[in-house]
Design a protein around this ligand. Structure first.
Ligand code: UD1
Length: 349
């Protein structure tokens, strides 16, 4: 049986590191297609190197652009590859433009689509990732859910057939790589354990609105009076800060380039708390036993909020939320037992 996997952006490379390995172990013929959505060295290649992900068989070279350009170009270039390779199943991850493009091309070629991280739902409904998730789930025939919440979400929308709770492959990766986490940044930046907050921001509703972005930066400047702020900055966020002329708000923060997985996890593991709008980091901080303040009106990972581990906040309330969150009860095992990738491979067989 032949499986073609589509990746395009950072969070997908991370997932591929564990799922790809299990697919090959299970004896599938496996074609890896990189759409080229993320192309900077530290947004793409560094993950392939440090997580020893197999070199993609194809790179579609799509790059940056509007949603229509990115999705359309991916579809056009991908269709040729899928027709040529004739896979039995096309596997897509998460909620990016590569996900929806991959699902649409394959479903229309009558190839079965397997969606890893199916069933995630969150407000605002018009955010690009939410549109991608809803559409992808609708046209996938195999839906692998990372949480019980995701299973319930699909049920509410009438999807029960082909739905599997597997747990989250990101938890598998965390456990697999824990011993190799890289703590060298602590030394380079002279960081004290529990003495700093890790910040990441890249969602369009936070970066593309001048008021929200400036408010977020103002709050970080208040927090930095007590705790250092280490902020690996996404290229989109850097461009917006420069475009809005907000660079002066960065002076007191430790601004660094985006990090590879092992350095990021080392940074989080020794941090005090996390401030983020990343879906992945909300869970990775939980895996590391840290709490996260999430700058979003809603989250797909709502069980972490319900358990009192993470909290949702608005730009104006970041500092207050950071000071107020202290967990009530540390619930373990929300995302399976660390063998989601093996489970996915066996269900595909
Ligand atoms: C994408 C995903 C998002 C995911 C995120 C992880 C969609 C709709 N969104 O958002 O779900 O959480 O990846 O990072 O697919 N850029 C570079 N170099 C790069 C990549 C991006 O400079 O290697 C800049 C470009 O200016 C680009 C902007 O970042 O226009 C945004 O990149 P894009 O891939 O469109 O979306 P992300 O914000 O990364």
């Amino acid at each position: 049986m032949k499986i073609a996997t589509i990746v395009g952006a950072r969070p997908q490379f991370i997932k591929e590191a564990v799922v790809g390995e299990e697919l090959r172990k299970a004896g599938f013929e496996h074609v890896l297609i990189h759409t080229g959505q993320h192309y900077d060295y530290n947004m793409s290649e560094v993950f392939f190197n440090s997580l020893e992900i197999k070199e993609p068989d194809y790179n579609l070279g799509v790059g940056s652009g509007s949603h229509a350009v990115q999705t359309g170009l991916t579809m056009m270039r991908l269709e040729e590859v899928v027709i040529k390779e004739e896979p039995d199943v096309v596997l897509v991850y998460g909620d990016t433009n590569a996900t929806v493009a991959g699902a649409l091309v394959s479903a229309k070629l009558k190839i079965r689509v397997a969606h890893v991280e199916a069933g995630m739902r969150q407000e605002p409904r018009d955010m690009p990732e939410e549109i991608n998730r809803v559409l992808t789930d609708r046209i996938s025939s195999i839906l692998f859910c990372p949480s019980q919440t995701a299973v319930k979400n699909l049920k509410k929308e009438g999807m029960e057939k082909g739905v599997w709770f597997t747990g989250d492959v990101m938890y598998d990766l965390y456990l697999k790589m824990e011993k190799q986490f890289d703590y060298s940044l602590s030394e380079q930046l002279d960081l004290e354990e529990n003495g700093y907050v890790v910040v990441t921001i890249h969602r369009d509703f936070n970066t593309d609105n001048r008021y929200r972005l400036e408010e977020i930066l103002k709050q970080l400047n208040m927090i930095v009076k007590d705790k250092r702020i280490v902020f690996p900055i996404h290229p989109r966020t850097r461009k917006r800060i420069e475009g809005f002329g907000l660079e002066n708000h960065l002076e007191n923060l430790d601004i660094i380039d985006p990090l590879d997985y092992l350095s990021m996890m080392g940074l989080v593991k020794h941090s005090w708390k996390v401030i983020t709008d990343s879906g992945g980091l909300q869970k990775e901080s939980y895996f590391a036993g840290k709490q996260a303040v999430v700058i979003m009106p809603d989250t797909g990972w709502i069980e972490l909020v319900d358990a009192g581990i993470n909290c949702l906040t608005s730009p104006e309330m970041i500092r207050e939320s950071l000071l107020l969150i202290h967990e009530t009860k540390y619930e373990k095992g929300l995302y399976g037992s660390g063998n989601a990738a093996a489970e996915i491979a066996s269900l595909l067989g």
